[in-house]
Design a protein around this ligand. Sequence first.
Ligand code: GRG
Length: 294
Amino acid sequence: MNFPTWMSAIQQRTESALEAALPSSGLAPARLHEAMRYAVLGGGKRVRPLLCHAAGSIFGADSAVLDAPAVAVELIHAYSLVHDDLPCMDNDVLRRGKPTCHVEFDEATALLVGDALQTQAFQTLSNRLSGIAAARQLDMLHLLATASGSRGMAGGQAIDLAAVGQQLTIGELEYMHIHKTGALIRAAVLLGAHCGEAMPDALEHLGRFANRIGLLFQVVDDILDAEASTATLGKTAGKDAAQNKPTYVNILGASEAKAMASKLQQDAHDALALFGEPAVRLHELTDFIVERNF
Ligand code: GRG
């Protein structure tokens, strides 16, 4: 199967699994459920579920089992986008090519959508997973909670908010993004591996790979924010500069930021060398992260 066909198959099965995990909009409280579905379904590249399935496939994990962590990570990601778009944070009106959740519904609903998506993620990941020992599943829950919380994504967001208008060094910027964007990407990869027969040294190598692509994702995001149009991105372009946020592009300049992306891309490929042919999807996803235009 070629990469575009594989990617589309995983995106479709993720869409179905998300659809099944979310409460129906006919169920009370209907407006909250409708808003949760609005925020999650029918949009997004599903990069984190793709990474989860790709990592799991190296270790022979069953796709039906991988759906649970793939959905859980995507729900956390969707919650983070809803909260990030709120007026008290990035105050954005466009996400995934449509009005943001608080614009389409209202602020209080959007706040609750984020809260409910976050807890739905843990509910989904704590369902019985066929063939996964309870202790391993507990490790997976711990991993996702750590990646999402104050020592992971939420902590990175706090650093991001405090950095507006500040001069950061490249090291400080990297620290922020390892938490804000990288932690959840790393969790997606490691959760996939946990669904298969991954040994501790394999997890360590995968962790190294995941750290590289987490940063790579962000460097490319900064370049796209500076160079792509709002129509292509499906979200407001040029926001980083408008909000006076430190980015790889405004610290390094566009051409050095691109050189950094190329270096991270190569490092990510190198970190997969140990896994040989079974890591082909992770290699392809690494290139997709660089070549994407939204
Ligand atoms: C509110 C706790 C909390 C955290 C928010 C991730 C995040 C932290 C905010 C998102 C802001 C942002 C634009 C970060 C840059 C990287 C990023 C996560 C981009 C969006 O992810 P994609 O490109 O989005 O995977 P899609 O829509 O394709 O799922």
